[in-house]
Design a protein around this ligand. Structure first.
Ligand code: GAP
Length: 449
């Protein structure tokens, strides 16, 4: 796992503003909040789930659907425990941990800067730390009713291992030849010692991973290619100044990794990783061949060469990227006349609600509702008839709705509505029977063109 160094540089929005907006508008809030929460676990509300689903759909579209050399899978969270011995996670997937003998709190030994002072020692606020020791990050559970050790299992700490264990079956059933890739989006779990920075470091999170299998001679070329691809993906949804690539130093590389670059985003707490691009070599397929006794190598049908494929991995955190989308989009803007608005400039492809229909007066509700119902067949559409029109625009701006459609008294006469665009606040008069197509062209615009 990569521990990117915190940077002095920070984004302009504070974490407090972000957390408050997320809770207030129902994007993301504490899990089991009424019981005081569960540390490191988060719930996505009605807007958050839309944002998350849109991000997953965008990734799937870009990485799987648009290509004929990548196929998708959806595998189980719990795998045969041998999987994690073979992958090296039982032995090596750990962070250094220290305990304070006085307050009994536990910390990551490499994250001690800025920790809260000890409140249990007389005459000093300094902690009384134990020696650092390794703490395995895998969350364990028991399968079935047995208490025997044979029933022990792990919740997967990364989604990719079942891509490796299913490699042969997927390749054969999808009739793919090397080079090809397998993508998956799913939950992963890590018993982080100190979950922090909102959803950034949590104990339950989602990953979007793709493992691309190549001939050994293509290893470097493939790494460079996927680095470019992933950079392009992120540039489609983020401001360029909030993105950078960072190469891992040798002592940072995970146990399976020969080479790694992080895609980093400028969070309120500095530059941090949202995705890793890894050269995993033949580590996984070789280890699974050894541990399962089932050879995972492939034979080139033409040349008859037998080889163990190498693998380039792209591994994006869905939750971290959602948080980055919100931070990137957030702006407190002063408008003409001095009024301020909070606005999320989210790309329309990711925006939770694509369009809000607003009748200028409650008297116009009936025809406005008909328009909303029609739009709802195509886009996630909100309908809001309460409060003055300015306030209603502000409510939509704050959650990133790219278009508002206003039905006014003239609409009765000219059969048209006003479409207001979130970022520029410009307004177009559009005939009602053309408004669906007007919005479609703009909402479905490709982020990468
Ligand atoms: N299969 C490779 C792998 O898991 P990683 O760098 O450990 O690599 C990949 O994780 C991505 O998963 C990270 O870039 C991050 O976005 C996300 N991730 C990892 N640990 C996380 C955590 N505790 N909370 C939220 N996201 C996390």
């Amino acid at each position: 796992m990569a521990a990117a160094p915190d940077s002095e540089q920070q984004s302009s929005v504070s974490m407090e503003e972000m957390v408050s907006l997320c809770a207030r508008r129902g994007f993301i809030f504490q899990s089991s909040e009424i019981y005081g929460g569960a540390n490191g676990f988060w719930d996505y509300g009605p807007l958050g789930v839309e944002l998350k689903n849109n991000l997953k759909a965008l990734w799937w579209q870009y990485m799987v659907r648009r290509r004929d050399d990548v196929v998708g899978v959806d595998t189980s969270i719990i795998a045969a425990p041998r999987t994690w011995e073979a992958s090296g996670h039982v032995e090596s997937f750990s962070d250094p941990m220290v305990d304070c003998r006085a307050c009994k709190k536990r910390f990551r030994a490499d994250h001690l800067e800025g920790v809260a002072p000890c409140d249990s020692r007389e005459g000093t606020s300094e902690h009384d730390f134990t020696e650092a020791r390794d703490f395995n990050l895998m969350l364990s559970t028991k399968i079935g009713a047995s208490v025997a050790a044979s029933a022990d299992a792990y919740l997967r700490p990364e989604t990719c291992q079942s891509i490796f264990t299913g490699f042969k079956r997927v390749r054969e059933t999808a009739r793919q030849k090397i080079p090809f890739g397998i993508g998956q989006i799913g939950k992963a779990f890590r018993n982080e010692i100190t979950p922090r920075n909102f959803t950034f470091r949590s104990r339950e999170f989602e990953q979007a991973e793709m493992e691309y299998f190549i001939h050994p001679s293509e290893q470097d070329k493939s790494f460079d290619y996927w680095l470019d691809q992933r950079e392009r993906f992120h540039k489609g949804i983020f401001k360029e100044e909030n993105l950078r690539l960072r190469a891992h130093a040798d002592d940072e590389l995970a146990h399976y990794c020969n080479n790694a670059r992080d895609v980093e985003f400028l969070f309120p707490f500095g530059w941090q990783e949202i995705e890793g691009i890894h050269d995993r070599g033949d580590w996984d397929l070789t280890r699974h061949s050894e541990f399962s006794g089932k050879d995972q190598s492939v034979t080139n049908e033409q040349t008859k060469e037998k080889f163990m494929p190498m693998c380039t991995e792209t591994s994006m955190g869905i939750d971290r990227t959602c948080l980055a989308v919100l931070v990137d989009a957030y702006e407190e803007e002063t408008m003409e006349g001095g009024e301020t608005r909070t606005v999320l400039h989210i790309h329309p492809a990711l925006a939770p609600i694509k369009v809000a229909v607003l009748p200028l007066s409650k008297k116009l509700s009936e025809p406005a509702q008909v328009i909303a119902e029609n739009l709802r067949k195509r886009f996630n559409t909100a309908y809001d008839a309460s409060g003055n029109i300015g306030r209603r625009y502000r409510r939509q701006d704050e959650i990133g709705t790219p278009y508002c459609v206003t039905y006014d008294f003239d609409s009765e006469e000219d059969g048209a509505v006003t479409v207001r665009e979130r970022d520029s606040m410009t307004q177009d008069r559009v005939p009602i029977d053309e408004v669906g197509e007007y919005l479609r062209i703009r909402i479905e615009a490709d982020p990468w063109e």
